[in-house]
Design a protein around this ligand. Structure first.
Ligand SMILES: NC(=O)c1ccc[n+]([C@@H]2O[C@H](COP(=O)([O-])OP(=O)(O)OC[C@H]3O[C@@H](n4cnc5c(N)ncnc54)[C@H](OP(=O)(O)O)[C@@H]3O)[C@@H](O)[C@H]2O)c1
Length: 268
């Protein structure tokens, strides 16, 4: 059976990562890409007949919106020709709510998704929220289309999406900051920069892999490497002190979630 016809609006980092995953799958997917300034890769795909680039819009099975959220209100009207009565709209735009998608596009078949940047290498996590009328079959299609970005979670209640944004959407930046801070601290203690940066990145990679593979909670893994009176304990006494990492993270995720709530109000 042929796959769904897909129109991808915006083939930037996220959009191109999705399309490249669809192209790597089996069969010959029907992918139409709309992007006024397509990248070299996208232009090559079109040249090789793998996708059609900037074709005349017509109703498709799935319309995937991957432009920046601030661009969307200006172009929403122009997307309507892609939408028929059965078209599923899948938006990966941060902070654009289901209600806004429905109102601007004139359809209730909408799913919004919060992906994250590791999706560009298939190691991301995408969290879905859907409007009431989205059918199980459409949800399944959405899950399959998001697979190239990594794990797919949901649907969750849309009210959770601001915190999801603060956790998994923005979260990769917190980990990059941690790598930076760990390396800087080691350099300040005299380690050569290259060695410090390499060890910080590899430590985070290894700890993350261990955590994902293990059945134990992160707190149990932490306790397992912390001998009383040892070196890890000395460091954690600082990190977990009053005003330390747990409270900082609490404030950081609250700030990110609040910012998401503000941004989604701005685009009303
Ligand atoms: N990156 C992340 O970590 C992340 C995480 C969660 C959610 N998201 C969401 O994913 C979406 C895409 O992010 P991204 O990082 O992939 O952004 P991006 O790289 O800027 O991609 C957006 C693409 O859309 C194109 N575009 C602009 N106007 C257009 C139009 N009128 N019609 C069609 N295409 C148009 C852009 O072209 P130009 O470059 O020429 O403007 C660009 O190629 C955003 O809504 C963002 O909120 C991203």
């Amino acid at each position: 059976m042929a796959g769904p016809s897909i129109a991808l609006i915006g083939a930037g980092r996220m959009g191109a990562a999705l399309a490249s995953g669809w192209l790597a799958g089996r069969g010959k997917p029907d992918i139409r890409i709309q992007d006024p300034k397509p990248s070299e890769t996208v232009t090559e795909w079109a040249g090789a007949g793998k996708v059609s680039l900037n074709p005349e819009p017509e109703p498709v099975d799935v319309l995937v919106i991957a432009v920046k959220p601030q661009v969307f209100p200006k172009m929403a009207e122009s997307l309507k020709p892609w939408i028929g009565p059965q078209t599923l709209v899948l938006s990966i735009m941060a902070g654009t709510r289901l209600k806004q998608l429905t109102e601007r596009l004139g359809t209730g078949h909408v799913i919004r998704v919060m992906p994250n940047t590791p999706g560009a290498i298939g190691k991301g996590v995408s969290v879905m929220a859907k409007s009431d009328i989205v059918m199980a079959k459409q949800l399944e299609i959405a899950g399959k289309l998001l697979k190239p970005l990594g794990e797919v979670i949901g649907p969750v209640d849309e009210k959770h999406m601001s915190v999801v944004t603060g956790l998994s959407g923005s979260g990769p930046a917190y980990v990059f900051l941690m790598a930076e801070a760990m390396a800087d601290a080691a350099m300040a203690e005299g380690l050569p920069a290259e060695l410090a940066e390499q060890l910080a990145a590899l430590t985070i990679e290894g700890a993350a892999a261990l955590m994902v593979q293990s059945d134990e909670a992160p707190s149990a893994l932490r306790k397992a490497v912390t001998s009383p009176g040892g070196t890890t304990q000395a460091a954690l006494d600082i990190l977990m002190d009053e005003g330390g990492m747990p409270i900082l993270m609490r404030k950081a995720i609250r700030a990110a979630a609040n910012r998401d709530r503000e941004l989604s109000r701005d685009t009303d």
